[in-house]
Ligand binder design. Structure first.
Ligand code: SAH
Ligand code: SF4
Ligand code: F3S
Length: 451
């Protein structure tokens, strides 16, 4: 590659899960620390970081087409950007990317991106570099402090996964489960709050497996961490995601009934309602054990909103087994959920299993599942009509006087003051929920909540 001038502007494009969003924000902060500014909307950046996801098919193809588009746009504008590929595709296919895409000068895995600035120095000199080491938690120590954050912020507390569900690439792209230390997390949470966060979502591929030692040397699980964070007085709300049914313990369930700042929401993927399929997926729970677990959460926090993930068309899934998934959905009544067609991932055991399901059958099942989930989501939102709850003001709406925020149950709420006046982003306000749609509710602001 030819040497080039140091970049003045950057753009980070994050795909995939919230952990990638967190990583993308951290990479942006590192670049800002070096005096590189975010490229204005609609303008080409001098440096583009593609922070990729490998969870389902076409991820790699998408990266190559993005690279092609960027190079073309750069040529038209007279300067090709420096391109870094980060995230889980970088981890899984770093070498292929380097070989296939000469326009890419940096490939950096999810556990190595704290080295991005050094790689950038080399890229400016015309050298290409790949770093897909997995030095566990070295990156967190190396990241700069945060200056200003949105009212609803993310905090990665746990990374990696040891569960090895047979369809999933995460254990390979993110490595083994590690928990960040208790004291570091309390410290980072305080800094986030000082930087403007009112709500923190604790992130982990397997967040309920978090464990660590508190200040007194006592072993704590996620509930202990949550209880400690709840003592940060300007922190108003705590959420966590994503959990695996195998790691939900009594302490965490109890915390939902006892910690006011812990929001009444649980994202607990189930994937399938068929015990045969769950076993083939290596999920270590049954449909029934999952339902019993939800009952315990409901007993601790009766208004808890439930969310899940589903895969349709896992190899060998019969129509009857798929109907067991529909039956489970009917039983739970989810407030929201994500559902996907099974996608064979290279290197995972399920990719070579017999009886791969034809695409048409997957399409048809996904449609049926999604119509059931949409029905329940609308029903959940309708059941909230007339309720008065706290909403965290996250941004301005499109219409004058309109604001957008989230209810405790993670519903998007559009609202206005009765007098048409202003709100401040980051305020918690009391809103009466009005007309419900499938994805959001309208509301009317009652009053600002005392801090
Ligand atoms: N650690 C989390 C999130 C994993 S990825 C968890 O265990 O829930 C998010 C979701 O993507 C999964 O819950 C699953 O529903 C879906 N997913 C993962 N691999 C997939 C694959 N190969 N094909 C289709 N969906 C997949
Ligand atoms: Fe993937 Fe399963 Fe781990 Fe979730 S628990 S990240 S689905 S292997
Ligand atoms: Fe995707 Fe990696 Fe997250 S594969 S879902 S970005 S952990």
């Amino acid at each position: 590659m030819k040497p080039t001038t140091s970049p003045k502007t950057y753009r980070v494009k994050s795909f995939g899960c919230q952990m990638n969003v967190y990583d993308g924000e951290r990479m942006a902060e590192m670049l800002a620390e070096r005096g590189i500014t975010q490229a204005p909307e609609g303008e080409e950046a001098d440096l583009v970081v593609l922070n990729t996801c490998h969870i389902r098919e076409k991820a790699a193809e998408k990266v190559y087409s993005d690279i092609g588009r960027l190079t073309k746009a750069g040529r038209a504008a007279g300067k090709e950007p420096l391109i870094a590929v980060a995230g889980c595709v970088a981890q899984a296919e770093g070498e292929e990317i380097m070989a296939r895409a000469p326009a890419v000068s940096m490939v950096v895995g999810p556990q190595a991106y704290h080295r991005l600035p050094e790689m950038l120095d080399r890229a400016v000199k015309g050298e290409r570099a790949t770093d897909t080491d997995m030095p566990a938690i070295a990156k967190f120590a190396a990241l700069p402090e945060r200056r200003r954050v949105a009212p609803a912020a993310f905090l990665t507390v746990q990374e990696g996964c040891d569960k090895f569900c047979t369809y999933c690439v995460v254990p390979y792209t993110r490595g083994a489960e590690i928990s960040r230390p208790f004291a570091d997390l309390v410290e980072e949470a305080k800094r986030l709050v000082d930087a403007g966060a009112k709500e923190i979502t604790l992130l982990g591929q397997n967040v309920s497996a978090w464990s660590g030692e508190d200040e007194k040397g006592h072993r704590q699980g996620l509930d202990g961490l949550i209880r400690r964070l709840a003592t940060i007085s300007d922190l108003r709300r705590i959420r966590y995601t994503t959990s695996h049914p195998a790691d939900m313990d009594e302490g965490l369930i109890a915390a939902h009934g006892e910690v006011d700042k812990l929001m009444p929401f649980l994202h607990l993927p189930v994937q399938s309602g068929s015990d045969r399929v769950l076993k083939a997926m290596n999920r270590s729970h049954t449909a029934d054990s999952y339902l019993k677990l939800l009952d315990r959460f409901r007993a601790a926090r009766p208004d808890i909103a439930l969310s899940g993930d589903f895969i349709v068309g896992f190899p060998g899934e019969t129509e009857a087994e798929f109907e067991e998934t529909l039956a489970l959905v009917d039983t739970v009544g989810y407030a929201q959920a994500f559902s996907f067609k099974y996608s064979p991932r290279p290197g995972t055991p399920a990719a070579t299993m017999a009886d791969q399901i034809p695409p048409e059958a997957m399409d048809e099942r996904l449609q049926r599942l999604q119509s059931a989930l949409n029905r329940d989501q609308l029903a959940f939102n309708r059941a909230s009509e007339g309720r008065t709850c706290q909403v965290l003001v996250e941004r301005k709406g499109k219409l004058p006087g309109q604001w957008l925020g989230k209810s405790p149950w993670l519903q998007s709420v559009w609202f206005a003051r009765e007098d048409g006046g202003d709100c401040a982003i980051g305020d918690l306000v009391e809103v009466t929920l009005g007309e419900a749609g499938p994805n959001s509710l309208a509301g009317t602001l009652r009053e600002d909540v005392e801090a």
